[in-house]
Write a protein that binds this ligand. Sequence first.
Ligand code: FAD
Ligand code: NAI
Length: 464
Amino acid sequence: MAEFDFDVLVIGSGPGGYVAAIRAAQLGLRTACAESRETLGGTCLNVGCIPSKALLHASELFEEAHNGTLAKFGVVTKGLSLDLGAMHGEKDVAVKGLTDGIAFLFKKNKIEWLKGHGKFTGPNTVAVGGKSVTAKNIIIATGSSVTPLPGVEIDQKVVVDSTGALALPKVPEHMVVIGGGVIGLELGSVWRRLGAKVTVVEFLDQILPGFDGEVRKESAKLFKKQGFDIKTSTKVTGVTVKGKKATVTVEPAAGGAAETIEADSVLVSIGRRPNTDGLGLDAIGLQANNRGQIEVGHDFQTSVKGVYAIGDVTPGPMLAHKAEDEGIAAAEFIAGMTGIVNHDVIPSVVYTHPEIAGVGLTEEQAKEKGAIKTGKFPMMANSRAKTIRDTDGFVKVIADAETDRVLGVWMVSSVAGTMIAQAAQAMEFGATSEDIAYTCHAHPTHSEAFKEAAMAVQGKPIHI
Ligand code: FAD
Ligand code: NAI
């Protein structure tokens, strides 16, 4: 009889956990995955990436019909109205299709789905669903949850987190978004497009921390043009709810006179924190760092032998594709192979309109490391963007001044989320800006703006 019930037990079935489980099973390891949620897929599939993108798509269609963009192209709609129930319905279909899809993949790969909350009770032993399960290797993939704002109670009716904001039963008149990060801008965009006035309150002096400075400035300008009211360098000191209305008290981040904002919906989106509570880390002598994250080595193994951690519960960007790649790598290390994740080349995308994307170093970070050269190309000069009358934004390529190797690429453009993959691949292959400039790009495509930005690094763009 085998010494352990499983070769690999994954705790959590988000993009990190389910992908790790599938790769482990593909590599011939007896694999189980514990999940406390009713469905597989974690935050991303259930209440994150997937439902938010469904609503972003649907609300964009509504806005295009409503604000005359479709009519401008000769698509005339009459008697336009919003069926929010149907919109939520389509979102639910997308979520169900994808979460059921993971259950199918688990069956196909003979992965045992253990329903319930997993908790370490000793080395190689986890209690889940009233049973004690042993595994030679355990991967912690428990993800993250919303960071609460002290003194602000989330009731999921008037004061919501991202999960509540994905399911509002009616369009708010005035939504106050606390935190001008990715969630605030994506979900703020959804409700603004459907008719809400949206005020974003951001503690820092600019929105979108972590993004390239020029991209942050351009994005703020475009969001304001779309009707967002953005209050930077401002902090929320309290929210009081009376019936269906909220009063949000704000004051300058540096201190000063307070003012109040009335709203019928408040979205708290000030970041997410790793899930380690109730995981029984004490039982195996593992401690989270002072940011609540589980530290790992190059092989995703924690300080406890045989215990690995991946995804949002570990340091680094909280992104689904980072979690997935770490899941594959951790499983490969467990199987005795060398897993590979290049943490220097992880793209980041905000799925607003236009999309905002970047990979590698920001211009500010690159300058700190040494001499650089940059090339920038405005979408205004891109023929495809001009043809479809969607010319907001630019592409910027940052290269090492001496070697010309690309250090970072940043863009604001309607299809930036798709274009950024090309930049990531070029960087993964160690491309110079010249390599990109001499690569033939199809015409007319948005991607030509990437080629021209690379040509601009050489000082020789054609169309500007
Ligand atoms: P998670 O997806 O959080 O999964 C962890 C799972 O573990 C959960 O299902 C949880 O129930 C389970 N779990 C936790 N503890 C236990 C336990 N003790 N026992 C059993 N199960 C447990 N990222 C992108 O890259 N692109 C996007 O467009 C994007 N959009 C987002 C939109 C929103 C609104 C939100 C909130 C997030 C979004 N993200 C996006 C971030 C993305 O969802 C996360 O980075 C990703 O889900 C992390 O994957 P994970 O596997 O580490 O954890
Ligand atoms: P975030 O870290 O992106 O943004 C939080 C914002 O809140 C920051 O700008 C911060 O300065 C501000 N803030 C913090 N405390 C504040 C306070 N008290 N008052 C006012 N502002 C305050 O976090 P967010 O938007 O909650 O997203 C969480 C995670 O989910 C992110 O790490 C992101 O990577 C991930 N995500 C990714 C998406 C994507 O890839 N498209 C979409 C949505 C989420």
